[in-house]
Design a protein. Structure first.
Length: 364
């Protein structure tokens, strides 16, 4: 008996193939972007772009300077050396404070005030890198919505990496590039945790400490020694119900400042209140900085400090380069893992292991 296959009954309903979805991104645009990324501009082209105040060229040069790739080092040094004669014509301001003190809001209000005076402002925001994931949020640009749209302002967030006190290793060189690009006011922002203040202080002319009233960190600020470095203390968020607290905090900090020895600069640190939200007290901050520059340039401390800073960063760069060369050495890389295991298993002391590796490195 043979089974005959039944035909499926034909339906009056038929589905036609629809229109294919259009591409969300043009394939031609993708090819163009990929092609342009492959073309790396020469050091001379980037320098010309920086001197012509081209922000794209400046950004690409900063990326090269921040790169840890040894192949980028020579090109980055060429760019820095070419820009150096056009640098050193700016005011460098360091701003620090505990998280939540309102640094980003303050910098936006302060930056807008400076651009209204005809200044060109570059903000170098150093974000702390995670010790676990080694990543960084780099969210400062998103918090400065108004300033980022200003044609006379440039905001560059960078991750701190594993460097001294959370300040990006290459921030010093980035300052030189920004100055060559025509920016006459450089603001360096860092989170006030760890020793980041020490590194910022070693690359700026004026060091500004932001505080808030009633946060319980008045004594902590004195204890940590940050106040010794500060040229001015500004109590932020002095608005609404917080005005009286801010005024009281100002008096307390003023008293504390008198306990510290006189500065070599001849400048007496000041305290003031401001509200970044309402922009009240912001112009007075710039007036304080202008007064500081007059005092220190008259007694030549301003120029001496910059010379000392250059020497300090030369030594720091040597230390960084030696460390980088040591870990990138192929022989050291081969022996490092086995030496680490030996230290973990208590077969050799950490100090003896370090001495062996260093001897091997310097005998090569």
């Amino acid at each position: 008996m043979t089974l005959t296959s039944k035909k499926a009954p034909s339906s009056a309903l038929q589905e036609k193939a629809g229109i294919s979805q259009p591409e969300s991104i043009s394939s031609q645009s993708v090819e163009h972007i990929q092609h342009s990324r492959k073309i790396q501009p020469s050091a001379e082209a980037l320098v010309q772009g920086i001197l012509a105040e081209n922000i794209t060229a400046l950004s690409r040069a900063i990326t090269l300077v921040e790169s840890t790739n040894p192949m980028h080092l020579a090109k980055a040094n060429t760019i820095i050396n070419s820009c150096l004669p056009h640098a050193n014509q700016s005011v460098r301001i360091g701003i620090t404070g505990v998280p939540g003190v309102g640094k980003s809001t303050f910098i936006e209000a302060f930056g807008k005030h400076l651009t209204s005076l005809g200044k060109k402002v570059a903000v170098l925001a150093v974000d702390p890198s995670s010790t676990i994931s080694h990543g960084s949020i780099l969210g400062d640009k998103t918090r400065m919505e108004e300033l980022v749209k200003d044609p006379n302002a440039f905001i560059r967030p960078s991750a701190s990496g594993e460097t001294l006190g959370g300040v990006a290793r290459k921030t010093r060189e980035t300052i030189t590039l920004c100055e060559a690009a025509g920016f006459d006011t450089i603001i360096i922002e860092t989170v006030g945790v760890g020793q980041s203040e020490t590194a910022v202080h070693s690359m700026v002319d004026f060091f500004l400490l932001l505080k808030i009233a009633g946060a319980g960190d008045e004594l902590q600020g004195i204890k940590r020694g940050i106040m010794e470095m500060a040229d001015a203390i500004i109590i932020n968020k002095a608005d609404g119900d917080n005005i009286k607290k801010a005024q009281f905090a100002k008096v307390e900090f003023n008293r504390a400042l008198h306990l510290f020895p006189a500065k070599k600069s001849g400048w007496i640190p000041t305290t003031a209140t401001c509200s970044a939200l309402t922009s009240e007290g912001i112009p007075e901050v710039w007036n304080t900085i202008t007064e500081f520059l007059k005092v220190t340039q008259t007694n030549s401390y301003f120029f001496e400090k910059r010379q000392n800073q250059n020497q300090f960063w030369m030594i720091e760069t040597i230390n960084d380069q030696l460390k980088s060369n040591f870990y990138n050495n192929p022989e050291i890389q081969q022996q490092l893992e086995s030496t680490k295991k030996a230290v973990q298993n208590d077969e050799i002391s950490p100090f003896a292991a370090a001495s062996l590796l260093l001897e091997k490195y310097f005998k090569k």
